[in-house]
Design a protein around this ligand. Structure first.
Ligand SMILES: Nc1nc2c(ncn2[C@@H]2O[C@H](COP(=O)(O)OP(=O)(O)OP(=O)(O)O)[C@@H](O)[C@H]2O)c(=O)[nH]1
Ligand SMILES: [Mg+2]
Length: 474
């Protein structure tokens, strides 16, 4: 029986709703005869043909431009028919219905009769299964569609075009060569040290590690562009956290008053800095419930603030310049700083930002080298510098740099795993007692993790590599 993977599929390719043009796309194997049947004529490949699609009773449904992409030169690698009609929901649905009923009653071909509606992403899935694109490219297609900034579009396009896969493949090639060298050395234990030294196995691993680190960094930046940075504004009541959220987002979202404890529930607004989405969270002012009279609602708000701090990529600890000399205030700030430091993980950063600069004499400047950023949420002073500092803390380079790859958590995880295995293999080569089997195993695991990124791994790759580099009889 034919599997559901090969059933012909049909779907609307354009967004639902009204539009000048709407596209219905059909993909499947052996659709040529059916296409001629439903359209009343055979189409030339990749030529736009204006024609009318009729329903079963020969009533016209729509005048469309039909495009025919015979396999394998299509997006999915199968036969693809695209009907570009008028972009109304009902007309689109009628075209899809017409495709389905005509296919399902198409006597000459039982395979065509299995046509069904496509599942989400199924056209791209088929492109992957038919080796038109690899996994990272398939993922980049979705990222491009979801991109929320120009920088995110560029990084997704780069990955979709195969630039990311190309780098992964280059790394894979180097790794496969090194593995074949190490594995073949295993068979000649008496010569192994000479052999590896001559081939500069150490140098090869070091190079691979450097390449992998660079790729990881570019991918990390891409992941940031895709998912954004979670920034939590924290601090004592009345320092201006809500005023800062409003100033950053340019909207009057959060309530700002001089009553301490105004904010209860956390509020999130997404802003963009240099193409990076930053999800800014305003939280309840951190007060000590044991020393100050606070109600139940505020207490819950403070608990939530701490939960947000725990989940933050970056914490913006906001202070009040006008209370810089008030000891009760600075002592409490020190306590909060202590709590924050204890809770933050290695990957989380904490920025020290002082607000209400407008209340100081105009020539006052921050202490040198203190790492403090001085701003005024009220006048907007220092906000540009704050955004730059934020981007710098997450290692974001300027847009003119090498360019990011749209990447996902699984890519980063895999690249991290590759680096760990390479580092262990490097240690193994360094050690006096050369445990070459261990080195070989670490390299195998590194290769496996790397190949998982593009979705391909076969042990045969390695065998092929080994045999192609050694002559028979050696
Ligand atoms: N002069 C001056 N006043 C500010 C500035 N930012 C905020 N304020 C004032 O400070 C007071 C507190 O501001 P909020 O933004 O409500 O402070 P908060 O930190 O959110 O306070 P809670 O929600 O109670 O934790 C308000 O009266 C604001 O107008 C600033 O940059 N300069
Ligand atoms: Mg507030």
């Amino acid at each position: 029986m034919l599997s559901a993977w090969s059933d012909p599929i049909v779907a609307m390719a354009t967004a639902p709703g009204r539009g000048a043009v709407g596209i219905v796309r059909v993909s499947g194997q052996g659709l040529h005869a059916w296409t001629a049947h439903i359209l009343g004529q055979a189409l030339s490949p990749r030529v736009a043909t204006l024609l009318t699609v009729f329903d079963q009773r020969h009533e016209p449904i729509d005048q469309v431009i039909a495009l025919w992409f015979p396999a394998p030169h299509s997006y999915t690698g199968e036969d693809v028919l695209e009907l570009q009609g008028h972009g109304g929901m009902v007309v689109m649905q009628m075209l899809i219905k017409r495709c389905l009923e005509s296919a399902q009653t198409f006597v000459p071909d039982v395979h065509v009769r299995r046509m069904r509606l496509a599942r989400p992403g199924e056209f791209t899935e088929r492109a992957y299964l038919n080796h038109k694109i690899d996994l990272t490219q398939a993922e980049a297609v979705a990222d491009l569609i979801d991109a929320s900034s120009e920088a995110a579009v560029r990084s997704a396009s780069r990955s979709m075009g195969g630039a990311f896969s190309k780098e992964v493949h280059a790394l894979l090639k180097g790794l496969t060569q090194l593995r074949s060298l190490v594995e073949s050395t295993l068979d000649f234990p008496e010569e192994e040290i000479d052999f590896l030294q001559q081939a500069d196995a150490q140098g090869q691993i070091q190079n691979l590690l450097l390449q992998c680190r660079a790729l990881h960094e570019r991918s990390r930046q891409g992941a940031l562009l895709r998912d954004g940075l979670r920034l939590v504004i924290a601090g004592q009541p009345n320092v201006g956290k809500s005023a800062l959220l409003n100033a950053l987002s340019g909207q009057d979202t959060a309530i700002v008053t001089d009553i301490p404890g105004t904010t209860r529930d956390a509020l999130t607004q997404t802003i963009h800095a240099d193409g990076v989405p930053i999800h800014v969270v305003d939280t309840a002012g951190l007060r000590d419930g044991q020393q100050e009279a606070i109600d139940t609602v505020e207490k819950i708000g403070i608990d939530r603030a701490w939960q947000h701090i725990d989940q933050a990529d970056a914490v913006l600890f906001l202070h009040d310049l006008s209370r810089r000399d008030v000891s009760a205030y600075t002592e409490r700030d020190a306590q909060i700083q202590n709590h924050i430091s204890q809770r933050l993980g290695a990957h989380q950063v904490c920025l020290q930002v002082w607000n209400k600069l407008d209340l100081l004499p105009s020539n006052t400047t921050p202490p040198e080298g203190g790492g403090e950023i001085w701003i005024s949420a009220q006048t907007g002073a220092g906000l540009a510098q704050l955004k730059q500092a934020l981007l710098a803390t997450v290692g974001r380079q300027s847009a003119s740099d090498v360019g990011e790859y749209s990447a996902r958590g699984r890519h980063l995880q895999a690249l991290q795993t590759v680096q760990q295995h390479l580092a262990r293999a490097q240690q193994g080569l360094h050690s006096q007692r050369l445990a070459l089997e261990v080195v070989a195993e670490e390299l195998r695991l590194a290769q496996q993790a790397l190949a998982s990124i593009t979705g391909e791994f076969t042990a045969d790759d390695l065998l092929g590599e080994i045999f192609s580099r050694f002559c028979i009889g050696k």
